[in-house]
Design a protein around this ligand. Sequence first.
Ligand SMILES: Cc1cc2nc3c(=O)[nH]c(=O)nc-3n(C[C@H](O)[C@H](O)[C@H](O)COP(=O)(O)OP(=O)(O)OC[C@H]3O[C@@H](n4cnc5c(N)ncnc54)[C@H](O)[C@@H]3O)c2cc1C
Length: 263
Amino acid sequence: MANTPYDLIVIGSGPGGYVCAIRAAQLGLKTALVEKDKTFGGTCSTSAAFPPRRCCMPPSSTSRRATHSQRWALRSVAPKLDLAAMMTFKDEGVDGNVKGVAFLLKKNKVDTFQGVGRIAASGKVEVKGAEGKAQMLDTKAIVIATGSDVARLPGISIDEKRVVSSTGALVLDKVPAKLLVIGAGVIGLELGSVWRRLGAEVLVVEFSIAFCPAWTTRCADNSSACSRSRASRSSCRPRWRPSTRRATGSRPRSSPRPAAQPN
Ligand SMILES: Cc1cc2nc3c(=O)[nH]c(=O)nc-3n(C[C@H](O)[C@H](O)[C@H](O)COP(=O)(O)OP(=O)(O)OC[C@H]3O[C@@H](n4cnc5c(N)ncnc54)[C@H](O)[C@@H]3O)c2cc1C
């Protein structure tokens, strides 16, 4: 397959890359896709957007509801978290997802290459595999769909053990007693919310005046309200406007809610 002249090579198999590659192939272009990870689907399918929503949020909500039911005189057995089983469930979901993407690529006759893609020259993409072997592909056009990366903080290295990125935050092997989330955008709030519901004490730090600074004021204020009631504390003090209070119906509670006991 090496040196096959392609009409298009897409680097990166996230939702940006694989959809582009499939559509190009459907339109008749000879297309190849290069991905450095072992699986196709990018951040969304493999490590970020899909797992918390599909696999971690529902059980954590259920456990929170069950814990709360005690307050309402509904006696039930206190839920006990099996984090390993939850992670297995998540991994199964991710596995189905990435296999689905691989199937679609094959079905639409997109050639796939596993390795780090690099534009070596005009019309030339070098793919370096895990074992260091490189091959050169020729193409008329190239699409760079390599996604984005976590913004690093000066002086702090992400070891994915104690200091984790949003990807590492989804593969922790135990519920941390305390979790500091830096950045109150959608991703920080979502992951903070997952671990708070599973029992961690979560502190969210945001340097802007409100949570989710890129959102409209009303969305951001509502999001702050939700987070203050779910997460234990927040270093960001959002402004509460009367109209927002009316829209949300009630003021957020400042006390943390009880959560399931971790193993
Ligand atoms: C925790 C979290 C939750 C999110 N939730 C949502 C949500 O609910 N809804 C939503 O719309 N979005 C959500 N997002 C954002 C969403 O994941 C991204 O917008 C989306 O993945 C971007 O797609 P992409 O194709 O541009 O990049 P990516 O999905 O990041 O894909 C880029 C791909 O390129 C590969 N790559 C990079 N460099 C190279 C190279 N040199 N050679 C070969 N391959 C390379 C990477 O391995 C990766 O597979 C979330 C993100 C995170 C982190």
